[in-house]
Design a protein around this ligand. Sequence first.
Ligand code: PNS
Length: 160
Amino acid sequence: MNIAVYPGSFDPTTNGHLDVIERAAKIVDKLIVGVLINPSKHGLFTVEERVAQLKELTKALPNVEVRSFSGLLVDFARSVDARIVIRGLRAVTDFEYEFQMALTNRSLADEIETLFIPTSAHYMYVSSSMVKEVASFGKSVEGMVPESIQKQMDEKFKKA
Ligand code: PNS
C-alpha cells in the first residue's frame, strides 16, 4: 500500500493546496495531510482550526486523512508508514527551497521519496501568505481559497 504524506502549514488552505490533494489522492492508496505544529510561528488560524478546515474540505475523498504533527517531517512520515512526501510546485522560484528540503529529508531518511506535483496553471500565483495579505485589507480572495475559508478569514480580520 502506497502511503503518502502531504505536509504544510496550510494557514490557510488554498485552492492550490486542494488541487494538489485531489491529484495526489488519485495516485496513492492513502494520503495523509500533515499540518505542522510550529510553536515559533503564530498563524492566522490555530492548528486545530486548520485541521478542522482541511477535514471538512476533504470529506468527500475517502483515502485522505488529516492530522497535525510536530518535529521532523521524516519522523512523522515514518510514524504513519509513509514512504512518499508530496509537495506542490508552483513557479520555478519554489524550486530551490523545495529541492533543499527534499535533499535534507533524503539525508535524514533515504527510504522516503519526495514527489513534486506541479500546480495547475491558474493557481500558480496563489500562496497562503499572499491570500492573507489581500484579505487583511478587506479585499476578496475569491477563486484563490474555498468559500468557507474566505468566510472564516473575513471573520478573523473583522475581529482583529
Ligand atoms: O507549507 P510550508 O510552510 O511551505 O510547509 C513547510 C513544511 C511544514 C513542509 C516544512 O517546514 C517541514 O517539513 N517542517 C518540519 C520540520 C522538518 O522536518 N525540517 C527538515 C526539513 S526542511
